[in-house]
Design a protein around this ligand. Structure first.
Ligand SMILES: [Zn+2]
Ligand SMILES: [Zn+2]
Length: 123
């Protein structure tokens, strides 16, 4: 199963070698020599720093022939039981859409999509 992995240093996607280790998969980039571990599970939610994280299947999609979006595989995404509560609920038994941004992995306290209604400034 193909997963989109890119070297964090040079962006190489082809010349990568992986070694299975107890803590994850150690990837070595053949182009620049950078090593990193894939499947690193964050210990805390990026948004609320909570430790109640949930692993869910992630639908990997791509546009085939222009406009048709098709599921090409299933990956994994980490969700926060608190910040991603709605999606944790929704994805019970189905895969999380690839377009979903996990609050556990990306801070959600800023950005237009988070602005629901007027911002309240509490004293
Ligand atoms: Zn590289
Ligand atoms: Zn959270």
């Amino acid at each position: 199963m193909a997963r989109e992995i890119a070297c964090p240093s040079c962006g190489e996607t082809d010349d990568l070698r992986g070694n299975q280790l107890p803590e994850g998969i150690r990837i070595t980039c053949g182009a620049c020599g950078t090593e990193w571990t894939r499947d690193d599970v964050p210990e805390r939610c990026t948004t609320c720093s909570g430790t109640d994280l949930v692993k869910r299947p992630l639908a990997l999609t791509q546009y085939s022939r222009g406009t048709q979006l098709s599921i090409v595989g299933i990956g994994e995404i980490i969700l926060c039981a608190r910040c991603d509560a709605e999606m944790v609920d929704w994805s019970n038994g189905r895969a999380v859409p690839a377009s979903y941004r996990s609050a556990a992995l990306e801070r959600k306290d800023e950005g237009p999509q988070h602005a629901k209604g007027p911002v309240r400034i509490t004293p």
